[in-house]
Ligand binder design. Structure first.
Ligand code: ZN
Length: 332
């Protein structure tokens, strides 16, 4: 057996070594001879089962820190090594390389490329998503992250930046919703000010396309709910309309307010988010997409992150499907 890759191994005393720093799996191995402690400290990719006593191996095994030594370390692109190492440690099966390979085969669409959408798309490209479909026909403005001179519209301008930043990611631009539905990607991220567009959300739901709405408002942002088919035997997850039906129950004027958010007048609409909020929203939304692509469960399936300025500390709020929505039947 070998130690799983990416673990820090540290001396605590002459006869004691700590494997791992993360409290989810870190373990102390005590009672080692100096030679065995030294061997563990310098284990690297070498076998440890011929150098450690059974109780030490049992402790490492119980903490999930061992992998069969017969399994050769599979190669991963150097720029994606951080993804494979950290996600490998966090996954129950320890296979970060599998995560990276799933992402490379995946296609994700990001529609709405202001600051938040740009942060989402950039993070997904750096995390190794194979193909990104970028959609935003609006010209770049002075608040955008991508320089205005890089293209006639936001999608083209960001595409140019991503080709330089993450050259192994294929970038296609300007497809629009109809094209997305004709040749569906694995996930669609919609990024908008004030509220997700209800018609877009309904179309994505009807097409059974996993999608994640991201909204930036006056001084906060909402990430989720991640809408995808319910797990077998699980409760139906809420959709965008479910949340609006819940809000209308609590506030009968919500539909009137929502109509103004969906069709803002000239000069209306929330400003672009400030920098720290942009960075957090980009990371949270990308992590949700990656969780889905990696075969895990997004935190916002049945929930929504609320991220307020100035702390930008996300709070996860749970939502249920609304009984009057009928989305479960539509999606099923
Ligand atoms: Zn619904």
């Amino acid at each position: 057996m070998q130690l799983r890759q990416g673990l820090r191994v540290l001396r605590r005393a002459t006869d004691e070594v700590q494997v791992g720093l993360d409290p989810r799996w870190a373990v102390r191995i005590a009672g080692l001879t100096p030679e065995r402690a030294e061997r563990l400290l310098r284990a690297g990719d070498r076998r440890v089962d011929d150098a450690l006593p059974a109780p030490a191996l049992d402790a490492l095994g119980a903490a999930g820190l061992l992998r069969p030594s017969a399994s050769r370390a599979r190669r991963v692109r150097p720029d994606l090594r951080p993804e494979a190492l950290a996600h490998g440690l966090a996954r129950a099966d320890g296979d970060g390389v599998d995560s990276v390979r799933r992402r490379a085969a995946a296609t994700v669409a990001v529609a709405g490329l202001g600051r938040a959408g740009t942060a989402v798309a950039t993070t997904l490209a750096l995390a190794g998503v194979g193909t990104l479909l970028l959609d935003d026909p609006r010209p770049t403005g002075p608040e955008d992250l991508v320089p205005a001179g890089d293209g006639p519209d936001r999608a083209t301008a960001l595409g140019g930046v991503l080709r330089a930043l993450a050259p192994r990611t294929r970038v296609r631009t300007g497809r629009g919703l109809a094209a997305l539905l004709a040749d569906p990607p694995d996930v669609v991220v919609t990024v908008a000010a004030d509220t997700p567009d209800p018609a877009t959300a309904l179309a994505l739901l009807g097409a059974d396309l996993p999608h994640l709405p991201v909204v930036t408002r006056e001084a906060d942002a909402l990430v989720g709910p991640f809408v995808r088919p319910a797990p077998p035997g699980g409760p139906p997850p809420p959709c965008v309309r479910c949340l609006d039906l819940h809000r209308a129950e609590a506030d009968p004027a919500w539909p009137t307010v929502l109509a103004q958010l969906v069709a803002p007048g000239p000069g209306d609409g929330a400003a672009e988010p400030p920098a720290a909020l942009t960075a957090v929203v980009g990371g949270l939304a990308a992590a949700e997409v990656l969780a889905h692509l990696d075969g895990g469960a997004p935190s916002t399936a049945g929930a929504q992150y609320e991220v307020p300025v100035p702390s930008v500390a996300p709070r996860l709020r749970r939502w249920a499907a609304h009984p009057e929505c009928g989305c479960a039947a539509l999606a099923g």
